[in-house]
Design a protein around this ligand. Structure first.
Ligand code: PEP
Ligand code: MN
Length: 337
């Protein structure tokens, strides 16, 4: 951490700042310039509150020079993390496509969609059994029945599966049926849930919160990793901005930004990112071009009658055409799909 003092800071103010740093366990180096004094504070104190020094008299600026997250940071782990889920690998050269309905509705529904997306080249089957709906009157998911459908369809199609956990009490049940556990945007900062996920060894797909900064997303990943589970896949799913034309604003730039800050794989969710079927494909193309490690896409064979998120679900035909396009983009940037 570096503390820049104001031009007119007095010796007493500099002493007070330096004393407070030492008290907090830092080794302090004072550099006196012609007009300004700078204090360099050495020590690994990731949990500290910078405002402690920002509000002190004579302080102009406090700068962090190491990230507040360590396990998720590329500084401490230069190589990309590669996660293996049965015979699927996320984080390497291949771009992994996860697809399926927003909600699991029935055996026939998931099987119909599953066959289509597998045929088009998707590797992982998605589907929600516990749904975080904005309205308590909307369909809340089939619960265990949905999980069991997902397990049998996944087995039949030989595809790993992913579903969302909404609270820690659902975890044991979900682990019996599903390969990857998804943390939804609304739960990104549910710290007690994140701590529980740190104790398991199953891969976690962690979605960016609706108004979360990239640093907050990485801090959420740090919660899971500090518990011992390093298999974290990050997911950009759009953020809330002043824009009303789309459900969320798809932050494509988060993909290369996360990749420079962290070694964890990042996948993109243009379905929730835009909330509109006609905007999903262009954002999927852009995500692959931007270097995403994978995509998670909602697909439904009868979206007009889908129990949730029909408006953003692709028709199977649209999905398979999109896959063809993505393969060309992947090829152009030296990746496979
Ligand atoms: C979902 O994947 O269906 C979902 C609810 O996603 P999010 O948490 O990104 O809104
Ligand atoms: Mn959805």
């Amino acid at each position: 951490m570096v503390i820049v003092m104001k031009d007119n800071a007095t010796d007493d103010q500099i002493k007070a700042v330096s004393g407070r740093l030492e008290q907090a366990g830092f080794q302090v180096h004072v550099v006196k310039g012609v007009n300004q004094t700078i204090l360099g504070a050495l020590g690994d104190k990731r949990g500290i509150d910078l405002r402690t020094w920002e509000i002190m008299d004579g302080v102009y600026e406090v700068l962090r020079i190491t990230e507040p997250y360590k396990l998720a940071s590329r500084t401490f782990h230069a190589e990309n993390t590669v996660i293996h889920i049965r015979d699927v690998t996320i984080g390497a050269e291949e771009i992994v496509i996860m697809a399926g309905p927003c909600s699991i509705e029935s055996d026939e529904q998931l099987m119909t969609i599953g066959k289509e997306i597998k045929h088009a080249g998707a590797k992982i089957l998605r589907g929600g059994a516990f749904k975080p709906r904005t309205s308590p009157y909307s369909f809340q998911g089939l619960g265990e029945q949905g999980l069991s459908i997902m397990q049998s369809v996944g087995k039949e199609l030989n595809m790993p599966t992913i579903t969302e956990v909404m609270e820690a009490s659902q975890l044991d049940l979900i682990l019996k049926y599903v390969d990857i556990v998804q943390v939804g945007a609304r739960n990104m900062q549910n710290f007690s849930l994140l701590k529980e996920l740190g104790k398991i060894d199953r891969p976690i797909l962690l979605k960016r919160g609706l108004s979360a900064t990239i640093e907050e997303l990485l801090m959420a990943a740090e919660y899971i990793m500090s518990g011992g589970n390093y298999n974290v896949i990050l997911c950009e799913r759009g953020i809330r901005t002043f824009e009303q034309a789309t459900r969320n604003t798809m932050d494509i730039s988060a993909i290369p930004v996360v990749q420079s800050m962290s070694h964890l794989p990042i996948v993109s969710d243009p379905s929730h990112g835009t909330g509109r079927r006609d905007k999903v494909v262009p954002m999927a193309r852009a995500s692959v071009a931007a270097g995403a490690n994978g995509l998670i896409i909602e697909v439904h064979h009868d979206p007009d009658h889908a129990w949730s998120d029909g408006a953003q679900s692709l028709y199977p035909k649209q999905f398979s055409r999109m896959m063809e396009e993505l393969r060309m983009i992947a090829w152009a940037i030296g990746r496979t799909l």
